[in-house]
Design a protein around this ligand. Structure first.
Ligand code: T1G
Length: 690
């Protein structure tokens, strides 16, 4: 049963019980309606309590039903029926009450939350607006300003905050007991939100909410539509508002943005320890961890491990390096304190808890060791050989961003202990974790990687061993194409603006300035020896680096930063023009659409190579890497999802044109040819078992 029914004295208790999150699907709605009507018909019942489990009230409408034809009772109708009930309904909320779940609570006369409750309307994150009355009831309950804040950001509230803005009536350790004891007369006297007066307008709040949504959810329609619906409550009848909300919800529900955002939502939740791995292994013991190298990356990894409740020991090569590691950790703790993520006590205890040492002692019991030392193969091989005995029972992981894990493993007597765990900087914030499965990585080591990702609340994506794994390899290809566009006629600003217009928060050149041009410079130098002479090579970026223009950290890169803000620099354009002349290229104006198409095709083709080589498992994994690691716009569903919107046939035809001029650069990935021929898509493609 999706809804349990019981009575307690003159109270009926309707308990939502549809694991794991009480998603409000048709069966739950039907049973809830039937139990409600039975309770209303029972003369012994004076009050009705709506509750869930101790862990969750309701996650909202069943997102899996979005593509299905709506089945009665429709949620907005059920919400209205609850609100109009002749007997008072009280919401006893434990855990998350989100989206439609909170809308059910808004239909109740009284709302009591437990300390573990979280109350929110995250619909815009799925590309829709609330569709069961919240845009009309919430402003009438808490005012237009706070309602705009809740709905256009989708962020859930803790109980105390919810209480302070009037969203709930009480926070109780035992909401069910409190609901049973609530004075009946008070309940009956509570006016219905549907009959509440129009809330006062708040134009300034509307402007600010729209501006914030335009910044934080660039290009997305739902937050703007939500703001319209909330603001209309100041001068529109409830009935008309509900009609407008329904129209907006139904139109957004089938929109490309909503389908793309739902794809990412489910892909994130599918990015867990694979079922075959769960069957083959036991959960890994990960309590004791060690990080070798306390530099920027190492310290952030150690900080993430500590904040996930794991014991952490940071190992450095000598005392002065250990001191630097400690100051890096102190900086991370201070940032957490400043941002209100940590109390002073939590800040202090973390810094005493994390061990920093300049020796390999006391690692014998360690469960997993992650190295984040200098990106040099010899250094890493020597380190792993030492760790093999210093931490005899540990899974060994390298944080390398491109080095060959198989070659690293050759330094070990037992190579099965080694895998790659590629964190993205800043490691304690970025959700993406590339879990690199080397040819001899054991299932046990792989399981440890996935279990660690879950403890760190990161999104793990499994990758094979190749240069740059998934994300950096695709990104390298995109930047290569961007540099060729510079040579052909574009300038950094045009390319950055084109990719911002596509939906990126930042374009490739301003991103490079942020992270430093020397990172990709080192990659190009490393690849120089094996570069195909028939592959075009653009020297612009090298010359930028050779002249010390490494980005923000040197005050100048693709842009100038030494005069406040980000400004174009004529010297960069002069350098580009000179390189075009030296290359004998006749420059031309490159339209925005062509910039976008060229960079996207480069990325899509590289992703198809990666999938075809078996280095990534699915298009959805490519999407997670690009959205969570490289700023690909979430509302476009990720790179492979976007490719499916273009269609393999069209991609193949475009690549063919490009390959005619540059056959090496634009060698069409076999998978694109396969999908174009079969009419298939990345979404439907699964790697044939090797
Ligand atoms: N629909 C369908 N399945 C859902 C779901 C949902 N809304 N939420 C979670 N799941 C599945 C998820 O795919 C996973 O499945 C399992 O539940 C555990 O999820 C009319 C239209 C509630 C905070 O956007 O934020 O209401 O992988 O790993 O970490 O106005 O799930 O196990 O097979 O995330 O404990 C609005 C989305 C819907 C909330 C729990 N609601 N969910 O987190 O578990 S639209 C949301 C969450 C709406 C109305 C509109 C979280 C959670 P599997 P999980 P968790």
């Amino acid at each position: 049963m999706a809804v349990d029914f019981e009575t307690s004295g003159s109270a009926a208790i309707l308990r939502l019980n549809r694991p794991p999150v009480n998603a409000i699907a048709a069966d739950l709605r039907q049973q809830l309606q039937a139990h409600l009507r039975a309770a209303l018909a029972d003369p012994k019942i004076e009050r009705i309590i709506l509750t869930g489990s101790e862990k969750i009230f309701a996650a909202g409408a069943d997102a899996a039903e979005f593509d299905a034809p709506p089945i009665e009772p429709h949620l907005p109708d059920l919400v209205a029926e609850i609100e109009q009930s002749s007997k008072p309904v009280i919401a006893a909320i434990y855990g998350a009450a989100l989206g439609g779940g909170l809308e059910l609570a808004l239909a109740c006369r009284w709302r009591i939350a437990a300390p573990n409750a979280r109350l929110g309307l995250p619909e815009v994150i799925l590309g829709v607006v609330p569709g069961a009355g919240a845009t009309q009831r919430l402003p009438r309950l808490i005012g237009i300003g706070p309602a705009l804040q809740m709905v256009t950001t989708g962020k859930p509230l803790a109980p105390q905050k919810a209480l302070s803005i009037g969203l709930i009536d009480a926070v109780e350790a035992d909401p069910l007991a409190a609901a049973l004891a609530q004075d009946l007369a008070t309940l009956l006297a509570r006016p219905l939100l549907a009959e509440a007066p129009n809330p006062p307008a708040d134009k300034q709040a509307g402007i600010e909410a729209r501006q914030s949504a335009a910044r934080k959810m660039r290009g997305q329609d739902a937050p703007q539509r939500a703001a319209d619906l909330i603001e209309m409550t100041s001068d529109t009848s409830f009935a008309d508002g509900i009609k407008a909300e329904r129209e907006a919800f139904l139109s957004l529900r089938q929109s490309p943005q909503c389908r793309a955002l739902r794809h990412i939502f489910f892909a994130e939740r599918a990015a867990r320890t694979p079922g075959w791995l769960k069957k083959a292994t036991q959960p890994a013991s990960l309590q004791k961890t060690a990080v070798i190298g306390g530099g920027t990356m190492g310290a952030a990894i150690a900080w993430a491990l500590d904040q996930a409740g794991l014991e952490v020991c940071v190992v450095e090569m000598d005392e002065s390096a250990a001191e630097r590691a400690s100051s890096n950790l102190a900086r991370l703790a201070a940032a957490g304190l400043k941002r209100g993520l940590l109390s002073q006590e939590a800040h202090d205890s973390a810094l005493t808890r994390i061990i920093v040492q300049a020796s390999f002692e006391n690692l014998a019991e360690t469960d997993i060791v992650i190295e984040a030392v200098f990106e040099d193969m010899a250094v890493k091989k020597e380190l792993f050989a030492k760790l093999e005995t210093a931490a005899p029972s540990a899974v060994l992981a390298s944080n390398t961003s491109y080095l060959d894990i198989d070659e690293m493993a050759s330094a070990l007597a037992d190579p099965s202990r080694l895998l790659g765990l590629h964190f993205f900087s800043p490691a304690h914030i970025m959700k993406l974790l590339e879990v690199v499965r080397a040819s001899q990585t054991s299932d046990l080591a792989l399981r440890a990687g996935f279990d660690l990702a879950e403890k760190l609340r990161k999104t793990p994506v499994i990758t094979g061993v190749c240069d740059g794994f998934i994300g950096n390899r695709i990104n390298f290809r995109m930047r290569e194409s961007a540099d060729i566009l510079l040579l052909s006629g574009s300038i950094p600003t045009e390319i950055d603006e084109a990719m911002r217009a596509f939906g990126y928060a930042m374009g490739p050149y301003e991103t490079q300035d942020m992270s430093g041009l020397d990172i990709s410079w080192a990659t190009r130098k490393r690849k120089a020896a094996t570069r195909d002479p028939n592959r075009p090579y653009v020297k612009i970026a090298d010359r930028m680096c050779e002249s010390g223009r490494l980005g923000r950290k040197t005050g100048t890169g693709w842009y100038r930063y030494d005069m406040g803000g980000q400004m174009e620099d004529p010297m960069v354009e002069d350098l580009i023009l000179e390189e075009s002349r030296l290359a004998g290229v006749e420059r031309r104006v490159i339209p925005e659409a062509e910039i976008q198409e060229t960079l996207l095709l480069a990325m899509i083709n590289e992703a198809a190579h990666i999938l075809g080589e078996g280095m990534a498992a699915s298009g959805a994994d490519i999407d997670l890497v690009m959205v969570h690691g490289f700023g690909f716009p979430r509302w476009r569903g990720g790179l492979a999802w976007h490719a499916d919107q273009i269609g393999a046939k069209s991609i193949h035809a475009s690549l063919k044109k490009l390959a005619a001029d540059e056959p090496v650069l634009w060698e069409i990935a076999p998978l694109i040819t396969e999908l174009a021929a079969s009419g298939g898509s990345f979404a439907s493609w699964t790697k044939s078992p090797s």
